[in-house]
Design a protein around this ligand. Sequence first.
Ligand code: PLP
Length: 384
Amino acid sequence: MLYFDHNATTPMLPEAREVWLEATEKFIGNPSSPHRLGQRADAALQAAREELAGHLGCDAMDIVWTSGATESANAVFHHLVQTLPSDSPIWLSSIEHPCVMAAATGRFPGRVVLMPVTHVGVVEVGWLRERFKIEKPGAVALMAANNETGVLQPCSEVRDLCGEAGVIFLCDAVQWVGKLPARGLGACDFVSGSAHKFGGPRGVGFLKCPSGTRMKPMLLGGGQEDGRRAGTENVAGVLSMLAALAVREKAIASSGTSERESWRREFELRLVAELPGCEIIGGMSPRLWNTVSALMPEADCQRRWVVKLDRFGFAVSTGSACSSGKEEPSHVLAAMGLAPGQAGRVLRFSSGWETPREDWAALLAGLKQINSLVANAAVGPASS
Ligand code: PLP
């Protein structure tokens, strides 16, 4: 099976698995325990905090370990609803991941404003700039890279605008971290990341919080994480996440992304040329090197494409992992102006660091084969 669903989750890197196994045996103590075994585990956790802070460019004490980005987003809005004035609105880009959308709307009902995006999937910074002249929200959330289209967002520009306006800025960096340099993300007030998107284990992630802010913890219990998140820390998971990130950051630094981006571009050019009716969603925008969001020919709907591709040995997706089991049109594609009928024909292909160029060629061949089978089946009964 060729795996083209890395934006949903990634296989664990051997380096990360090794560190996980080693840490499970070595750090048997609870990091909160006062004995030496506990303190050893705590020291490993603190070293990992320093290491992540080094990648992000922030203070180690600003980092809280979580179970992943869904928890991180919920923790942010849980904190904000208790600390912002009771009438503060929250502005989100209209293409945020469901975990940000739901965490914000659940805690700020009737107070969430969606920022528009262009038809190529980029948030409209001009809208924000103009609106800031009239009012200020309690917080703004903008993801670094969209999980469905791969379109990169102008996060540093929006972060700076928020900074000047004194507005809190949250960046969901889940699809960015491990694919592009993490450096600089630490300048955002809040940043969330998740290990299983870059070769680490599932169920572990982080939240970078603003320096000097007393977080209102969502999980209540013990005083772990400096009172910001109760519950015994997942030491092996955290160390394994950092091992995966180190591998990815090294590959990014040695410019491993440009070659992979050219393979993605080659696939897109051939797809559009060889399958009439195909279009690349957000094709005119800067995008992640691994993500293709493709409007498929009218011959079939996305779910049937996914099933057929699965039979042919390709794992692909209709959109985000969370929404791919549902038939509702994607809110991301709707925000970009696609009609429900078009959105129902969009497939997402997301490669990984280990995906070779030949796999893209094989995927293209599979798509062409399925397309001609579908086209022939459509023509068959009518012509008989
Ligand atoms: N944010 C984005 C952009 C994502 O793609 C995902 C997962 O698909 C999440 C958040 C949720 O991450 P987690 O699985 O760690 O809860």
